[in-house]
Design a protein around this ligand. Sequence first.
Ligand code: NAD
Length: 485
Amino acid sequence: MPEMFIDGRFTAGIGAARIPIIDPATEEVIGDVPRGGAADVDAAVAAAASAFTAWRRTPANERATLLHEVARKIDEHMAELAILLTQEEGKPLPENEEELEWTKNSFHYYAELGRHEIGRVIPPGDPAQFNFVLKEPYGVVGCITPWNYPLLLLAWKVAPALAAGNTVVIKPSEYTPLATLKLAEIAFDHLPPGVVNVVTGYGLEAGEPLVRHSHVPVIAFTGSVATGQRIASIAAPMMKKLHFELGGKDPMVIGPDMDIVTGVRALAYSALLNAGQVCTSTERVYVPAGMYGTFAEELAGFISTLRLGNGLDAGVDIGPMLRDPFRRKVQAHIDDAVARGAKVLVGGRKSARFERGFFYEPTVLIDVDHTMQIMREETFGPAIPLMPYRDFDEAIRLCNDSVFGLGATLMSHDARLVKRFFEEVKAGTIWINDPLTDNYAGPFGGMKLTGGGRELGQEGLDEFREVKHVHWDIEGGVKAYWYPY
Ligand code: NAD
């Protein structure tokens, strides 16, 4: 039975209650985990705080070796972890293998970056003085993760946090804690006890005590805007460092020069990956008015060929959504759009082919506009709304007409349009012709309501280090500018 991981030991925790974990493709219970609470969080934070003193003093080279070992063990258990991720989250096996490649390599990347530097030396004001900037770990980092990429989004927090010398308490999503506990069992077991801890449970019962805990100075959170706002309201008066990766409503603009086949294939991938449950899913699309009709028809045709099914089965392109309430939200957005004049070209309903599982048909909508929920709010499902634009000024204005600012894609080979797009669109990542492709060295994160946190790259390490300036007068004599004047 999977248990919580506290101070290097597996434990059922203080209470006896458990949370059932459901496979979204079959609706069957595939396991259960402890329903942790404040007392479990206290134990995990105490373990992490006591491990911190030694971990921060562990030479960076030794920490690097230990983090490379995490990566090696992930690689060794890749097949088992990929199946578990597919069972608890639903996306097709190849997508989970990809998630694990990213998870593994994030540990390799930060193992190396963590031993590169811990600050910089700056010019002193006087030759007898020495000035430098230290980048130090904070202490215990609370890592609160969502369900859509349970291990990838864990790695983007835990790898840099550990590389910087912090210890961590992880609170995985209540929907997808199994792969995280498996990771603790197979990949974190060689770390000193208390360096990594995992407390399972619901957001209010286990997440919030972590946010409120006075010995947790940093909360690294990926999840919805509503939860982020609640966490901020609790943590801000305590002056905690908040690292937020929240929701999105990413646009894609099809350039007037783009060939339709490439545009359609890029869009289908970026809108339907993980059944549209990616924070950077393309959620609204702007197409030149002159090619609008043809593009929509080609897209609807291509999408109809994609295979929906259990992510464990070979040849499946799109898995189920996570749960029925998320599926109902997609339906509500589509119904709202249709009530305001939009047309469904394909899909628009939950799949009738499956007796069980939270499947939703990939959907293409035309005649949408920005009065509709589907163009303004995060849908987080397999729906693709297409809107025509007259000129590029209008396309850019529509992209920026959003409270979110996570990613944005332009499909075009016209250098003038590309330059305008990356200069004028307000988003943390701009993709040109290759949506949703990340880079270990490239910071990932959002602007506006998406929150300003950055993961990956040097920026992703600096999120877990605080800055100290040291001013050292080496001679140390009495100064002319001291009292008396
Ligand atoms: P969620 O906000 O419901 O939950 C995220 C985590 O927060 C879970 O572990 C949950 O238990 C916990 N939580 C809930 N209430 C809490 C509270 N009061 N205090 C502390 N913790 C609490 O989000 P979700 O449904 O798991 O994930 C989907 C959302 O995540 C989408 O909005 C998506 O856009 C966003 N997301 C963003 C990124 C990004 O990088 N910007 C990446 C992936 C997902």
